[in-house]
Design a binder for this molecule. Structure first.
Ligand code: NDP
Length: 341
């Protein structure tokens, strides 16, 4: 099967009627042209940045998904057959691929996955892939954490957030306050990730809890959500606070008129705050080699614990998996298992 875009979604949550699941004949090894490989998807990723590709306007990266064409995302796949000198049958690769179970294509843009890394290949879509590099490079480049500082992290139980919390705490010695929605996520942050304190933004007052947990203010705010949380982080800033603006998921489904005003922004001046947005792609060349060495090592040493949210049931469950992740159903990095390797 393959999963196509049925209609664009300019605002509001993406719903299942935006997708079309269609039966397509699987290509065969004998169909391969010179240089091509035959791939079978093992895991596909669902990520918040994909929301922007459901809007039919040029986005900040990649273009909009096209009606009648497959959705694309980060994928781990096995090579079933190869007419390329760089790949052989049985190799595991990852890259941006269409949501198609089996496909024949030029392998340009694909990278090999280390088969015996000591953890599941799906980690190359999470902790050891794009979300991991986002946490690793964003912290180093923009947050510049120092031992003893106080950091607030939003969407802390998610793919990027759980890594940000652990790098800050276990590698950099920073006090971490993690924000997440719901008691099971708060339990996870306390018991599995061992952050210093937590805020359940769905049942507690963010303003009250930030004031209690950071009485002297915040040195770092890792922004995954934007909106009211960014506004409050500014209000509780200390001089020279740094804010890596990673994402603003609370705003992605809103129309431009609905996007929240930022009253705390006056503090940017008073507190000489450095706020910096970033796109992980810009930091790839500078950080990828270091990251590839450090992150798998931190995982093997137990410095970083990885929690995945694996959705079973194949590619036909990928639309539901994406929609649910955007609402917060996931704990840790959500990945769809297409076939078992
Ligand atoms: P997550 O695994 O964190 O999943 C998304 C989470 O966002 C949900 O689980 C939910 O957690 C939270 N969320 C959803 N809606 C809201 C809302 N209205 N208000 C507050 N929180 C909400 O996804 P990722 O770790 O992959 O991505 C996290 C952020 O990082 C996103 O904003 C994403 O766009 C950004 N990003 C940016 C990159 C870059 O290059 N700049 C690269 C990768 C990611 P909860 O239940 O706790 O609310």
């Amino acid at each position: 099967i393959q999963v196509n875009l049925k209609k664009h979604v300019p605002e509001g949550p993406v719903t299942e009627d935006a997708f079309d699941i269609v039966q397509v004949p699987a290509p065969k090894p004998e169909d391969l042209k010179d240089g091509e490989v035959l791939l079978r998807a093992i895991y596909v990723s669902v990520d918040p940045y994909m929301r922007s590709r459901f809007i039919n306007k040029p986005g900040y990266l990649l273009g909009p998904f096209q009606i009648g064409q497959p959705i694309e995302s980060g994928t781990v796949a096995v090579i079933l057959a190869s007419k390329s000198s760089k790949y052989k049958e049985g190799d595991i690769v990852q890259g941006l691929l269409p949501w198609v179970e089996v496909l024949a294509r030029d392998p340009k843009g694909l990278n090999h996955v280390q088969k015996d890394a000591g953890f599941p290949w799906s980690y190359y879509l999470g902790a050891c892939g794009m979300p991991g590099l986002t946490a690793y490079a964003g912290l180093d480049k923009i947050a510049e954490p120092k031992k003893g500082e106080v950091a607030l992290v939003s969407a802390a139980a998610g793919a990027v957030g759980q890594l940000v919390c652990q790098i800050l705490k276990n590698v950099r010695g920073v006090k971490v306050i993690g924000i997440a929605g719901g008691s099971h996520k708060i339990d996870f942050l306390k018991k599995e990730i061992h952050v210093d304190s937590t805020i359940d933004y769905k049942s507690e007052s963010l303003a009250k809890k930030i004031a209690e947990e950071a009485p002297e203010g915040l040195d770092i705010y890792w922004d995954n959500v934007g909106g009211e949380t960014l506004e409050l982080a500014l209000r509780y800033s200390r001089p020279h606070m740094r804010i890596p603006v990673c994402g603003m998921i609370s705003q992605y489904d809103l129309s431009e008129q609905e996007q929240a005003p930022l009253r705390g922004a006056t503090r940017i001046v008073w507190n000489r705050i450095r706020i910096q947005g970033f796109i992980v792609g810009d930091l790839w060349a500078e950080y990828y080699d270091r990251f590839q060495k450090d992150m798998p090592e931190w995982i093997r040493q137990g410095k970083i614990k990885v929690v995945e949210d694996l959705v079973k049931g194949g590619l036909r469950n990928a639309p539901k998996a994406f929609i649910g992740m955007m609402k917060g159903d996931n704990l840790g990095k959500r990945v769809v298992e297409v076939t078992s390797g």
